[in-house]
Design a protein around this ligand. Structure first.
Ligand code: XMP
Length: 480
């Protein structure tokens, strides 16, 4: 008869407090690596779920030092656009600025302004030469919706050459009292844009996680079927920092084949691949050997997951992360603990047992930055949070990816492995991250560690009983 091992989850264990040389939490360094070459300043990733992560979430999170992964349940071009929104949002040099043609109408401009949430466009001719710039000021009191861009734009332009330093760009903006500085090459072709807003934001978010070009980092998910290679190519062209191959049972030949295909097709590019989800050391090893730069661990721990209930399969998350980390360490490959984080203490335990980062869904759902509208019910505010394999997500997916609203004819074939839910509206995601990072800093201090890797070396755990868990929570009082 097989010996059945015990699987633990976060609530089953506690970190044993250690002698601490940390005199103040401000000395604690929360930086980590997502992959060997991609550094983050906080170890938090937002889940690639359609009720959690699109550009708005990614921008907010990267500004705070983490990263968001844009979900794949939308047409390729829309997913690419979400990546580009992040890349354009805050870089000292926007290398692909929003552009207009001189023949477009004010009506079209208003639609694009709304879509891209921007007030300024460079105007280029058919040879990509800069011919003008159109900002909110140019259109403020214009009522004629059919007026052409060429009749509205500012034509006398202040520009700067390719290679202009940030300091010089700042001087030019100040000297001419302008907010946007187009960068053009010697033939007049538009090569980028520097904006005053971005220079201000650089100071506002000193902790931001940025790529080599000074733009916020962002990841994007793909699957292993249908348009996955076309999607991957489009996302890589858009310069997503990490491609996440994400399927429910990641220990599969499909995932390994996809990793190898990406490595082969994009051998000329330094692409970073995250692959998952897995729950064992063997699976972690297989994905690493297939070429994954980071492995995503978690089968069934998520708040909206029913995989374990529906299929009977999974591994309690603390044990899954511990086993995966043990194997990944031999290869010096980081792992992501994905799902099941309910409070900052879980995040500390996940990192202490070996994850380099954690992915969170429900904790970040219901915020201003998560997709979806606020719902009012009995005087309280909620937002929708749903599992990617829930009935609503699966049946609505076709409509979102193809644009067709025809009802699927195989609807009775769907076997959901997730649920749809409401979560309380929580306000700005920065408030949640602040609590998580605060808890992490204190947790590291209890482990006597100044860095995450020091915490991983120092950490020892104790198994707790259900009485211990009860004692850990507020008890025998009326909590206000
Ligand atoms: P949390 O607990 O942070 O978990 O909300 C987020 C993670 O849950 C996973 N996920 C699912 N798992 N069925 C599942 O079994 C689903 O429908 C589902 N949707 C999301 C995913 O790994 C996510 O990052």
């Amino acid at each position: 008869m097989q010996t059945i091992p015990t699987g633990y989850t976060y609530d089953d264990v506690m970190l044993i407090p250690k002698r601490s040389r940390v005199v103040s939490r401000v000395h604690i360094d929360t930086s980590t690596r997502l992959t060997k070459s991609l550094k983050l300043n906080i170890p938090i990733i937002s889940a690639n779920m359609d009720t959690v992560t699109e550009a708005k979430m990614c921008i907010a999170l990267a500004r705070l030092g983490g990263i968001g992964i844009i979900h794949r349940f939308l047409p390729i071009q829309d997913q690419v656009e979400e990546v580009l929104k992040v890349k354009r949002s805050e870089s000292v040099l926007i290398d692909r600025p929003f552009t207009l043609s001189p023949e477009q109408t004010l009506q079209e401009v208003r639609v694009l302004k709304e879509k891209f949430n921007t007030g300024g466009f460079a105007v280029i001719d058919q040879d990509n030469k800069l011919v003008g710039i159109l900002t909110t000021r140019d259109t403020l009191f214009e009522d004629d919706e059919q007026k052409k861009v060429k009749d509205l734009m500012t034509k006398s332009l202040i520009t700067a050459p390719v290679g202009t330093s940030l300091e010089r760009a700042r001087e030019i903006l100040q000297q001419h009292k302008i907010e946007k500085l187009p960068i053009v090459d010697e033939t007049g072709i538009l090569r980028g844009m520097v904006t005053a807003q971005d220079i201000i934001k650089k100071k506002e978010y000193p902790f931001a996680a940025k790529d080599r070009k000074g733009r916020l980092v962002v990841g994007a998910a793909i699957g292993v079927k249908d348009d996955y290679l076309e999607r991957a190519k489009a996302l890589i062209d858009a310069e997503a920092d990490v491609i996440v191959i994400d399927i429910a049972h990641g220990h599969s030949e499909n995932v390994m084949r996809t990793i190898r295909e990406l490595r082969q097709q994009f051998s000329d590019k330094d692409i970073q691949i995250m692959a998952g989800n897995v729950a064992t050391g063997e699976a972690t090893e297989d994905l690493i050997q297939a070429g994954a730069d980071v492995v995503k661990v978690g089968v069934g721990p998520g708040a909206a997951c029913t995989t374990r209930i529906v299929t009977g399969a999974g591994v309690p998350q603390f044990t899954a992360v511990m086993n995966a980390a043990e194997v990944a360490e031999k290869y010096d490959i980081p792992i992501v603990a994905d799902g099941g984080i309910k409070m900052s203490g879980d995040l500390v335990k996940a990192l202490a047992v070996g994850a380099s980062t954690v992915m969170m869904g429900s904790m970040l759902a219901g915020t201003d930055e998560s997709p979806g509208k606020i719902i009012f019910r009995n005087g309280r505010r909620f937002k929708i949070y749903r599992g990617s394999a829930s009935f609503g997500a699966a049946s609505g997916r076709e409509q979102r990816t193809t644009g067709s609203d025809a009802i699927r004819d195989d609807i009775d074939q769907i076997v959901p492995e997730g649920v749809e839910s409401t979560v309380l509206y929580k306000g700005p995601v920065a408030d949640i991250i602040h609590q998580c990072v605060g808890g992490l800093r204190s947790g590291m201090s209890y482990c006597g560690a100044l860095t995450i890797s020091e915490m991983q070396k120092n950490a020892t755990f104790m198994r707790q009983t259900s009485a211990g868990w009860r004692e850990s929570n507020p008890h025998d009082i009326n909590v206000l």
